[in-house]
Design a protein around this ligand. Sequence first.
Ligand code: ATP
Length: 395
Amino acid sequence: MSDVQRADARASSASEAPHALEVRGISKYYGDQAAVDDVSFALEPGTFLTMLGPSGSGKTTTLGMIAGFTLQDRGTIEVAGRDISEIPPHKRGIGVVFQNYALFPHLTVEQNVAFPLEMQGMRRRDSLRKAREALEMVELANRARHLPKQLSGGQQQRVALARAVVFEPPLLLMDEPLGALDKRLRTQMQIEIMRISRNLGSTVVYVTHDQEEALVMSDLIAVYNNGAIEQLGTSRDLYETPRTRFVADFIGESVLLPCAVGSDGSLIGTGWHGGLPERAELRDGRGVLVLRPEDLSIESVPPGERDRPRPDSIAGTVADVIYIGSALLYLVRTDDGRELEVRAPRTEAALRVSGGDHVRVGWRPGQAVVVPDDGPGARGADTGLATQQLLAAGR
Ligand SMILES: Nc1ncnc2c1ncn2[C@@H]1O[C@H](COP(=O)(O)OP(=O)(O)OP(=O)(O)O)[C@@H](O)[C@H]1O
């Protein structure tokens, strides 16, 4: 079942109501370059979808087409069963927070927030009252009479959020809305956005560069690559069952071991062999075994046993060990020059392993995934960058 069908199935089983948002085969070209290439997905009401992917992969362009700021070259967009593909942005009834979607400089904060309500014909007294309520939600009621230029960047961003939610839109689009905020405010606003969108029952499409933010906030994540959705699923789907090397490498830390998949169900890599995991995206040919650092075990190998192969494990030498409180991080250099990150609980056996030791790094096939070898992933490395940086800093 494709991701779109799966998202669809969720929607249909939940209710017979139309999808809150249905995007069908939208594409956008600049010259002969596709910024977005044939993207489709359907969301049930109340879903929080995050688009995650490298810079230039088409996230903002997709959001711009849904908002109506960018006209698609192909495809259709439906909101609650209504085709909005040809409707101008201000008539789509969508709440929008874009990073560069500026406030009106000559209007006060509360006038800015009240603006969408007045456009809908609400009486001024009522619209200002609702604007105050929305400003209270983002903790800026005390700045209602200020002009935008009297506020910090982060405060302006919160005003933009209040303005987007004030008319309680069933669909909210947000492009890096927390980009300008410091870490503390960012975390606070993540919770606030989740709370507000849940209270309103809004469906949200959210763009962020921040993977942790995506994992925390989303019901579904669409991983973008080269203008297309490479995989759409829950955080757990993407982490535990990546379907491509790109997704495995992009989401979380991973250890990627190139291998050949035999027709007899065996895996053969350089210096190791093992069984084919159940979660295998291919049954034959060249692939990559995807392992997560916390699923790996490590044990010292006595000198006489170094060359004795054992399935589902690879031999190497410990290059570095870091004690991070909750766990131990090992950087292991395999005999073929690969670097693996192992994250082990602080067991007695793990604590006995130290730098320079000959070790075996093992895994259980049930915890591994095999994906096709579609070239180097986003980061192009076989071990988590964060750990490499940690290790480099610790030296
Ligand atoms: N107005 C434009 N003219 C020409 N090319 C454009 C235009 N807008 C976007 N592109 C190109 O389309 C591709 C997708 O851009 P888009 O802004 O959607 O990516 P993104 O994933 O949102 O990136 P970022 O995370 O950096 O915001 C990029 O290659 C970009 O250079």
